[in-house]
Design a protein. Structure first.
Length: 391
């Protein structure tokens, strides 16, 4: 039997990126004690206020259909949050509630680009981006983020990538997997490029609350960009609730109408009890969010310091997010072999970055998703493995 061309287009180049993770899961199920540092899944507890509001909603039988693109109060709370953080106007008609940031990126791009269009993405990319672009039939055009510049964007290279077929520039800051936090000047330069060539600016800001080196600059904060900017974010990382699948798309009001039609065909809305729990997080600046960011900052410092002792390797301290990159090009192994042998000998599972694009080849993405003591143990095991290689 034949499958549609979509089945192949959504596979992307990351189809083998999760092999190490799958092997680690198999080993854990077989009884091995594996330190999992592969997935950006927060290990901290969510804020109690969010959980209590969600449980209360469930007990009140808030289990029926909800408005397709979110309750007006929830959309207004997101809009108020965006306006407060960016200084730019944002209303409920600019907001659509979606199933997590991943769902938001998929829905947004389906409405922004199609067959024959080009989507320019700084690379390395998060592993799902190519599949999302392929799903809408567009072509991905990558522009390298180079290790020697701290994985920050080269505006001249981005400009050189623009062609008559260009439709969207898609950025991600704080960046996954590199941890780079783009500067205000860099984002303003990208915005100017979009205005000059009449392009959409799609901004994945899911790690917005986890910026360390400098404050996060949202693409929505740039004057004169409201008619061509689409921001996608969620509470998954900032509030440690990825299983809620609660995210949003912020963009022109006309986009909200198109997204309504798409969401109607897909999820038919988000669960009411989830929205009730999320509303508490949107309306209050919960102290757990700041505490979580500082915890990741401390974990990043710990792991980067430990990994400086690993011969043939170089840790890349992140400017934000919840990952540390480890450059293992001096170890004599490619990233996949390094990760497989590390798992086999030291029972530490990390993610090779080869599937994220050629600029990340020879790097490992190490998630900061383990308690302090467990993370220290993992760092010491990685150093021990690197020393054994060097010997």
């Amino acid at each position: 039997m034949r499958y549609s061309p979509l089945a192949e287009r959504i596979a992307g180049m990351d189809r083998g990126a999760w092999d190490i993770h799958a092997e680690a899961v198999r080993r854990r199920e077989a009884g091995e004690d594996i330190i999992f540092l592969t997935v950006g899944d927060p290990d901290q507890d969510p804020p109690d206020a969010v959980i209590e509001a969600t449980v209360t909603a469930l007990r009140a039988h808030r289990t029926h259909y909800s408005p397709t693109i979110g309750y007006p109060a929830v959309r207004q709370a997101i809009a108020a949050r965006v306006a407060r953080r960016t200084g730019e106007a944002c209303g409920a008609d600019n907001v659509v509630v979606v199933p997590g940031a991943q769902g938001g990126l998929y829905c947004a791009l389906q409405c922004l680009a199609g067959p024959g269009d080009e989507v320019i993405v700084p690379e390395p990319i998060y592993a799902t981006y190519e599949g999302v672009i392929g799903a809408c039939g567009a072509r991905m055009v990558t522009v390298p983020l180079r290790p020697e510049t701290g994985f920050h964007p080269d505006l001249d290279a981005l400009a050189a990538a623009v062609t008559p077929r260009s439709r969207v520039i898609w950025i991600n800051t704080p960046h996954n997997p590199t941890g780079a936090v783009f500067t205000e000047a860099e984002i303003a330069g990208i915005a100017a490029l979009c205005r000059r060539h009449d392009l959409w600016l799609l901004s994945d800001e899911v790690y917005e609350d986890l910026a360390f080196a400098r404050p996060h600059t949202s693409a929505w904060s740039l004057p004169g960009m409201a008619d061509r900017t689409v921001v996608v974010s969620s509470l998954s990382k900032s509030h440690a609730i990825p299983a809620f699948r609660f995210g949003w798309v912020v963009g022109p009001a006309a986009l909200s109408s198109h997204l309504f039609n798409l969401v109607l065909c897909m999820t038919y809305g988000s669960p009411a009890f989830i929205q009730d729990g999320a509303l508490v997080a949107l309306q209050q600046d919960l102290p757990e969010v700041d505490a979580l960011r500082e915890e990741y900052r401390a974990r990043a410092c710990l792991l980067a310091a430990l990994l400086r002792e690993a011969p043939g390797c170089r840790a890349v301290p992140p400017e934000g997010g919840m990952f540390v990159l480890l450059d293992i090009r001096g170890s004599g192994l490619v990233a996949g072999d390094f990760a497989r042998r590390l798992l086999a000998t030291e029972r530490v599972a990390v993610l090779p970055c080869d599937g994220f694009g050629p600029s990340a080849a020879g790097h490992l993405r190490i998630a900061l998703s383990a308690p302090y003591a467990r993370l220290r143990d993992a760092g010491e095991r990685i150093v021990r493995f690197a020393r054994a290689l060097a010997a």
